[in-house]
Design a protein around this ligand. Structure first.
Ligand SMILES: [Zn+2]
Length: 591
């Protein structure tokens, strides 16, 4: 069968350019069309990847061919019914898991962002050649991807690989660099933790910690999905980045070089978060890559695709990413309760949950969740966080009702068997019916309520039945609700500030807060409270001296100085904490 030949070369790391060559034989005497996706599955935002294409050309043995622009991401090629070769440079300087990146330290390509689809031939096999560069500064680089090797089984060799068709090809991100690799076997399947970029840890230690997490998810679904004969954690190590994107037999990750630990180091919060991220993306191998909304079958990558179901696909995954750490004894029970409470704090902090339901949040993800502005905490609810809270609530109910005989895990397993294994896809109704079959009729209204209504999700009663007290307190200090916004102070004032050029610049103002009542807005520069000049070191102390007092605040807006009356109050009670009150009852949920 005919195939499309892709050649990926590293043109110039210092200019952040890949050179791409695509050869194909037209199957029609009419125009052939090439197109790039506008978004990448798992990250619901129109990103217009084609804007990074440079010097697009097409030619055959007779010379250069005419390329006509059809739209921002689609081109038509006139041809002579013989092999056509398309060439271009791709500018790769997006330090994230969503596009492509290249510098002298490492490179990364999501095929969805950089490699054209030949529209008329999208079902043809893609043969992919990864070309070793003779540039001496990258002489020791190797590629790493989940692609299937042609004539070799090594995942880290320069040379030829293949993918069944274009859509599958888009799901094999490729990493380039001086690879650090730790191999471990789970369910008789080779797994690889691969990093590029300098770190100070030991990958063998991370591999040892990842193995039980992978096994946990494999057990949940009774084995790896068909066709997954290897799995790669493809990790770009940077100064402070963080993120992940799920793929068919790999995940692309970004982490900080300080996240990965040495063998003997005690587990800390950053490393815990890294393991949780790995666990999250690994679970996606089933939940969203194969078991997925019907609307995503097949993915339409030109324009937005709308679904209500992300509360399930991201919410369940977010719940199990941390629970898996507890249930594999990677973290302690206390640490788990602390992490879970932080999720509840984030939901409770703004007014967002009172304005948007979790199904609306999913539908509007393209313009709201993925394009959050400073007002987001008061306007939208995260389907990750509220979805995880729903998962937790359902897990509590299922375990309580069945006296611990079944759990949310069994629901996931059933969803997989019904809709995932054969990749049939789910509808919102099917997911709801599945939950209803697990929770008993007395809770059907509750399910509807948490999915469609905008009242606060009430977890207190369900936790109490499991011997756990969920309580909410006022924020005591900026670090009390740590992790909500890093490097920020939002103590009692109800606004988030960041230091910028020596000024405390307002980044966010919470609704009904003292800051809002004083007229403070985003981008204002806070100068003084109670006539004391503010800096990032003293703001909390100054605030703590004026609680309940009628005082004043000075701030610059644009270049004009304002003074306004200010009354600093205790914060609303949004900081969640979970405390075990009855160890026996709690065992039913926590084991
Ligand atoms: Zn996810």
């Amino acid at each position: 069968m005919a195939s499309i030949k892709y050649k990926v070369s590293i043109e110039n790391p210092l200019k952040h350019q890949f050179r791409i060559q695509i050869s194909f034989v037209p199957n029609t005497d009419k125009l052939m069309h090439i197109s790039l996706p506008n978004w990448i599955p798992g990250s619901y935002m129109i990103r217009d990847f084609a804007k990074h294409v440079l010097e697009l050309k097409a030619q055959d043995t007779s010379g250069e061919l005419v390329i006509e622009t059809i739209s921002k991401n689609r081109f038509a090629i006139s041809h002579n019914q013989q092999e056509v070769t398309v060439t271009y440079l791709y500018y790769a300087f997006d330090m994230s898991v969503r596009k492509a990146y290249l510098d002298q330290e490492f490179g990364f390509i999501n095929p969805a962002s950089a490699l054209f689809c030949i529209d008329e031939l999208k079902d043809q096999t893609c043969l992919v050649e990864l070309v070793k560069s003779n540039n001496p500064i990258i002489a020791n680089w190797q590629p790493a991807s989940g692609l299937t090797g042609v004539d070799h089984t090594d995942s880290f060799a320069w040379g030829h690989y293949s993918a069944k068709n274009y859509l599958e090809f888009t799901d094999y991100p490729i990493l380039f660099g001086e690879l650090d690799i730790a191999e471990f076997s789970v369910a008789n399947t080779p797994h690889f933790l691969v990093t590029v970029g300098q770190h100070f840890g030991d990958l063998q230690r991370a591999a040892k910690d990842l193995k039980p997490l992978c096994q946990y998810h494999i057990d949940m679904f009774d084995g790896l999905p068909e066709g997954v004969d290897k799995y790669l954690f493809l990790t770009m190590v940077t100064d402070s980045g963080f993120g992940g994107l799920e793929h068919l037999n790999s995940t692309a990750l970004v982490c900080s070089r300080f996240d990965i630990l040495k063998q003997e180091q005690e587990i800390d919060d950053n490393y815990t978060t890294f393991l949780s991220l790995c666990s999250h993306e690994y679970l996606h191998t089933w939940n969203v890559k194969r078991l997925k909304p019907k609307e995503f079958i097949p993915y339409q990558l030109e324009q937005e695709v709308y679904t209500k179901q992300l509360w399930f696909y991201e919410g369940m995954t977010s719940y199990f990413d941390d629970l898996s750490l507890l249930e594999t004894n990677t973290i302690t029970q206390d640490k788990y309760l602390e992490i879970l409470a932080k999720t509840f704090t984030r939901i409770e902090k703004g007014q967002g949950q009172l304005r948007q339901s979790v199904t609306e949040s999913s539908l509007h993800t393209w313009t709201k969740f993925y394009q959050q502005d400073e007002a987001a905490p008061d306007q939208i609810v995260s389907y990750y966080q509220k979805g995880a809270a729903i998962a937790c609530l359902m897990d509590l109910i299922i375990k309580q009702d069945s006296q611990g005989k079944i759990a949310l895990k069994d629901l996931m397993h059933k969803a997989w068997n019904l809709y995932g294994k054969e990749q049939i896809g789910t509808t919102q109704q099917q997911l709801e019916d599945l939950f209803k079959s697990f929770i008993g009729t007395q809770n059907h209204d509750l399910l509807h309520d948490v999915l469609y209504n905008t009242n606060k999700i009430d977890l207190i009663a369900a936790f109490a039945r499991s011997g756990i007290e969920l309580s909410y307190q006022s924020q005591q200090s900026a670090t009390h609700a740590q992790g909500i916004v890093e490097n920020s102070t939002n103590n009692w004032l109800g606004c988030v500030v960041a230091l910028n050029n020596g000024y405390l610049v307002v980044k966010q103002v919470l609704e009904n807060s003292p800051a809002e009542q004083a007229g403070i807005a985003v981008n204002d520069h806070l100068i003084a409270i109670d006539n004391f000049r503010l800096n990032n070191l003293n703001i909390e102390k100054v605030l703590s001296t004026v609680i309940g007092k009628n005082t004043s605040v000075h701030y610059f807006r644009k270049d004009k100085l304002y003074q306004a009356p200010l009354t600093v109050e205790a914060s609303p009670k949004f900081v969640a904490s979970l405390t075990i009150k009855d160890t026996e009852k709690a065992k039913l949920w926590l084991g």
